[in-house]
Design a protein around this ligand. Structure first.
Ligand code: PMT
Length: 402
């Protein structure tokens, strides 16, 4: 399972870092390629020289090293990995991850990560049980970060309890299981998917834009759910505050035209899910300079122009049409009727009609999945649950139509 897998191993500063050389040995014996980032505190427990000798790779330490940034910047370190393992994960690095602090190479690479992140916590029992650590742990787990251990027993500090980093064999087995279950055995393994999410921003001038209240929660959750089922997912997203889902390639755009360009640039996919709230119009001639308010003058009139319809473009493509195109319909009345009409108009296979009268951005959604066979109304669910169920329905459909 580990043959030819690229593992980015982040070593933070805990006594369990002394187990890392053995971990690298065991991973390499199984054919994995290991590249290490060593934090300043980690260097107190294990030397860069030993990690480099065992991994056969340069060890990365400095966020501001010009040569490293040229060779292999903090972005590329995660892009070139299949998974990121933080071992040991101290209370400190877990807190930084939970809050998105990026003050060294390790935490910056973690914030820029587009891959699954696995952590192996290691610390004193009181630190582990502290409400702050437990709350950070929950935040990380909610974001889909995998947690291995810790185990209980004698701790290096002399106390007894939870906080021992998982044993090397346990970490090797967790990584093997990850590759076995997530990538190769998921019902969507071998499939690719394109998901759009979030709002678009259509410029009026350099400082103003037309937008909507989409948070990206629904689209991002769908991208994450499809990836969890093994699909290779590209998420094209407008500006949102949502974290990048792990294991997903994210393309950030601002306008509808850029979103269409990014969707077309994505190689043909098996599935497309358009959950973005794309602005129907843009300002026909956005100003290059900030529009000035001149007292006494009437406010400027904005002439709008229709934006391209991404869902219709993908649905009606003569070549390379995805096998399954799923659109969303944001409605405030006659939800099923309007959703059904939208499905026909756009030419997509399914439409997920949702009542948005309560506003975008909520954590829950009430949807009706409209297919060629009719409509299926789901109860109000969290957006994550809607995403999981939709991904499973997509997986079933793809399997049936193979
Ligand atoms: O982001 P959240 O806060 O979690 O909210 C989720 C959501 C309400 C935005 C989402 O569930 C949703 O309904 N997305 C579609 C919003 C929308 O633009 O609906 P629409 O009925 O206007 O468009 C119908 C479909 O055409 C959608 O799939 C949309 O992505 C697509 N479209 C619309 C216009 C356009 N120019 N290009 C498009 O592709």
């Amino acid at each position: 399972m580990l043959e030819n897998r690229h593992i980015l191993l982040i070593v933070s500063g805990g006594i369990a870092a002394v187990k890392v050389p053995d971990l690298i040995r065991r991973l390499r014996e199984r054919g994995a390629m290991v590249r290490c980032i060593l934090t300043k505190a980690g260097e107190q427990f294990v030397t860069p020289m030993s990690l480099a000798a065992l991994s056969g790779e340069k060890v990365f330490q400095d966020l501001f090293s010009l040569t490293d940034e040229n060779d292999m910047g903090h972005i590329n370190l995660s892009r070139e990995a299949d998974i990121i393992l933080v071992a040991p994960a101290t209370a400190n690095i877990m807190a930084k991850m939970a809050y998105g602090i990026a003050d060294d190479l390790a935490t910056t690479a973690l914030l820029a990560a587009d891959k699954t992140v696995m952590i192996a916590p290691s610390m004193n029992v009181m630190m582990w049980n502290h409400a702050a650590t437990q709350s950070n742990l929950k935040t990380l787990q909610d974001r889909g970060i995998e947690v291995v251990g810790p185990g209980a027993g004698d701790l290096a500090c002399g106390e007894i309890g939870d906080g021992r980093m998982a044993e090397v064999a346990g970490l090797v087995s967790a990584l093997s299981t990850f590759f076995q279950t997530r990538k190769e055995s998921g019902p969507l393994s071998g499939c690719s998917a394109l998901v759009t999410s979030g709002p678009t921003h259509e410029p009026i001038d350099p400082v103003r834009y037309i937008a909507n209240r989409s948070s990206g929660k629904q689209g991002h959750a769908i991208a994450a759910a499809l990836a969890r089922l093994g699909a290779k997912v590209t998420l094209v997203t407008g500006p949102t505050q949502e974290p990048n889902p792990s294991g997903v390639t994210v393309v950030a755009v601002e306008t509808a035209q850029q979103m269409l360009g990014a969707c077309i640039a994505t190689k043909q996919t098996d599935v497309a899910v358009c959950a973005a709230a794309v602005s129907d119009w843009r300002v026909a001639q956005a100003s290059d300079a900030k529009l000035k308010k001149v007292s006494g003058d009437p406010p400027p009139a904005l002439r709008l122009k229709e934006n391209p319809d991404i869902l219709a473009t993908l649905s009606q493509a003569k070549t390379n049409r995805p096998r399954l195109v799923v659109g969303f319909a944001a409605e405030t009345e006659n939800v099923i009727k309007n959703g059904t009409a939208k499905r026909a108009k756009k030419g997509c296979d399914w439409i997920v009609a949702n009542d948005v009268s309560a506003g975008f951005g909520a954590d829950t959604n009430t949807v009706h999945v409209i297919t060629g066979q009719g409509s299926d109304s789901w109860p109000t669910l969290s957006k994550k649950a809607v995403a999981e169920l939709l991904a499973l329905q997509i997986a079933r459909h793809i399997k049936q139509t193979l």
